[in-house]
Write a protein that binds this ligand. Structure first.
Ligand SMILES: [Zn+2]
Length: 299
């Protein structure tokens, strides 16, 4: 895949992301209002989850629009970390909300207070959510397969986990209606835990990126093989990577024959750059230095 095809895939990805955002907006409103009217805590928590999904959709679209803004005089590496910072903020808020719901649901369970049997409306809204989310799973997975995008595939599986969350609500509300009155609070606790897990993943990913965590050893080994495979490369030193809003920043010093001309060495460096870009289509920012092979720089 080339960068070109990645750019061409964007309208397709944007459309399915926009539809997903719209579905999340409708679901968030329907669940929170339905949850309040039908007095189902589980459905309200699920609604807040949909609201957080909407926030991350907006982040994805925002990042695609502003995170990809060109570098300017005071942001020479571009603006991609704006997305990271926003993700961190969403993660913090989400974790706090999930903790609040979990505390509330578990105190209801333990103390047995405020147990109300939810109305049928809660069941219908949750059923609608399962169907809508399952449909989004299939639509998004189709786009992921057509574009070869792992981000889209991750989004698709997120839709399916949302469907699962609403399924828990159905079981909770249904159980409470059948006489197991504590089932709704139990479902609320489970859905809150699922929400906390989403928040944790957002927080962990963004924090690792902000402290300049590099790629995994496995990914580095693939990268090393790519560099070594380029004709004219006699080895390399100081391979360093870090992430920035979905982009991989790479620094590396390649070793070349000390007798070739600077122009020839620059050509080798350019081929290394091309090879790495092909390995990381559309998401690599590469800086390459050139050193003569056998040269040992003083520490
Ligand atoms: Zn979700």
């Amino acid at each position: 895949m080339t960068i070109d095809s990645a750019a061409n895939a964007w309208p397709l990805k944007r459309r399915v992301t926009l539809i997903g955002a719209l579905v999340n907006l409708v679901l968030a409103v329907a669940k929170v209002i339905g949850g309040i009217l039908a007095q189902s805590q589980a459905l309200i928590v699920d609604g807040v989850h949909s609201l957080s999904d909407l926030a991350s959709d907006v982040l994805v679209l925002f990042a695609a629009r502003y995170g990809s803004l060109d570098a300017d005089h005071n942001h020479p590496y571009g603006h991609a970390r704006i997305e990271t910072l926003a993700t961190l903020a969403v993660g913090v808020v989400l974790l706090a909300v999930a903790a609040g719901f979990l505390l509330d649901a578990s105190s209801r369970l333990l103390l047995g207070q405020d147990m109300i049997v939810p109305g049928q409306l809660a069941l219908w809204v949750a059923l609608g959510s399962v169907l809508a989310k399952e449909a989004m799973f299939h639509a998004t997975r189709r786009v992921a397969r057509r574009t070869g995008s792992s981000l889209m595939l991750a989004n698709a599986w997120h839709h399916r986990s949302d469907a699962l969350s609403s399924l828990v609500v159905i079981v909770g509300v249904g159980g409470a209606m059948l006489g197991l009155i504590w089932f709704d609070a139990l479902a609320a606790a489970i859905v809150a835990l699922m929400l906390a897990w989403v928040a944790w993943k957002l927080l962990a990913g963004a924090s690792l990126e902000l402290v300049d965590t590099g790629l995994s050893r496995k990914e580095l080994a693939v990268m090393a093989a790519t560099i070594d495979g380029v004709a004219g490369v006699r080895g390399f030193q100081d391979l360093r990577t870090r992430l920035m809003g979905g982009q991989v920043l790479v620094d590396v010093q390649i070793l070349v024959d000390g007798q070739i001309t600077v122009a020839e060495a620059d050509l080798v460096a350019d081929q290394v750059r091309q090879a790495l870009i092909e390995q990381l289509p559309g998401r690599a920012d590469i800086t390459i230095g050139i050193r003569p092979a056998g040269y040992n720089r003083a520490p």
